[in-house]
Ligand binder design. Structure first.
Ligand code: 0L1
Ligand code: MG
Length: 259
C-alpha cells in the first residue's frame, strides 16, 4: 500500500542507491498534487534530519516552454534547494555520485525581503529581490529516462540534485531581465540560446508564481534565501571530462565540469 511516507522513502532510497525507477503514479493513481507536495515536504524534512542540511531556497521547475516541451508537462511547480546541494564554483562534480545528471541554465534571485502570497504581482515580487545571479542547476530525476507525470516530479523535489552560482551579483533595477541573453554551451560549443523572457515572460513572474503557490501551502519565501527561477533551456547531460557553461550578458558566466 502506498502513502506519502512510502513515496518519500522510495525516492530517498533511489537517490541514495543511485538508481532510477518507474512512475509512482503508475502504481498509485491516488498520488495527486496535494499528496505529492506533502511527500516533497517529508523528503526534504528527512534530508534535513539525516544529512544535517537546511533549506537555502526555492526552485521552480518547468517555467519555460523549452522545459515544458521536453518533459511533456505544461504546468510549473515549486520545490526546495538545500545547503547540501550548493556546489563550490570551480569544483568538478562526480557524475558517478548521481544517477543521470543533466545541467540547465537558471536566473537566480537572492531575496532582500520576505515574500508571501496570495496576491503577489511581478512588481511586488521584484521589489523583494536584492540581487540577480547566473546559475547552473543539476537535475537528476529519480525516474527512468526523466519520464514522469506532474505528481511524480513534484514528489521528487523537481529532480533537484545540485546547483552552482556565478560570481557576478547585479541589482534587479540594473538590468533588463526579460532581454538578458543566455548561451548554453558544452566544451565551448553552443547548444542552446534563450533570454530571460523565456521564463514565464519575465523571471519575476516565476517568482510571483512561486510566492503565491507556496502561500497556498502556508510557506513564505524568506529574506536571504535563493530562488532558482527554472531552466531557461532544455538541460544537457553532464559527462566526465566535459564542461557545461552558461554565459549571460550582464550576469556573467558560470560553468560546471563533470568528473
Ligand atoms: O528548472 C526546471 O525546469 C527543472 C524542472 C524539473 C523537472 C526536470 O526537468 O527534471
Ligand atoms: Mg531547474
Amino acid at each position: 500500500m502506498w502513502d506519502i511516507d512510502r513515496v518519500a522513502d522510495e525516492l530517498t532510497r533511489r537517490a541514495a542507491e543511485r538508481r532510477d525507477g518507474g512512475r509512482i503514479t503508475a502504481e498509485w493513481p491516488g498520488l495527486d498534487l496535494a499528496r505529492a507536495y506533502s511527500a516533497q515536504d517529508i523528503l526534504i524534512q528527512r534530508r534535513a534530519e539525516e544529512r544535517a542540511e537546511r533549506i537555502v531556497g526555492v526552485k521552480l521547475g518547468l517555467t519555460s516552454e523549452a522545459k515544458q516541451r521536453r518533459m511533456g508537462i505544461s504546468a510549473p511547480l515549486t520545490a526546495w534547494v538545500t545547503s547540501g546541494m550548493r556546489l563550490e564554483p570551480g569544483t568538478p562534480l562526480g557524475v558517478a555520485s548521481l544517477i543521470h545528471p543533466r545541467v540547465e541554465p537558471e536566473i537566480v534571485f537572492e531575496m532582500g525581503e520576505d515574500l508571501g502570497g496570495p496576491g503577489v504581482t511581478r512588481q511586488a515580487a521584484m521589489a523583494a529581490v536584492k540581487y540577480v545571479r547566473a546559475g547552473l542547476e543539476v537535475i537528476d530525476s529519480r525516474f527512468t529516462d526523466f519520464s514522469f507525470a506532474l505528481p511524480d516530479v513534484v514528489a521528487d523535489n523537481a529532480s533537484a540534485a545540485a546547483f552552482v552560482l556565478g560570481d557576478v551579483v547585479v541589482a534587479p533595477d540594473e538590468l533588463d531581465l526579460a532581454a538578458e541573453p543566455c548561451t548554453l554551451s558544452v566544451d565551448r560549443k553552443t547548444v542552446a540560446k534563450a533570454t530571460g523572457a523565456d521564463v514565464q515572460g519575465h523571471p519575476g513572474e516565476a517568482l510571483a508564481l512561486a510566492a503565491n503557490a507556496l502561500g497556498e501551502r502556508g510557506h513564505r519565501i524568506e529574506k536571504g534565501t535563493l530562488v532558482l527561477t527554472g531552466g531557461l533551456t532544455d538541460a544537457v547531460f553532464l559527462t566526465p571530462g566535459h564542461t557545461v557553461s552558461a554565459a549571460f550578458e550582464r550576469l556573467g558566466s558560470v560553468s560546471l565540469t563533470g568528473c
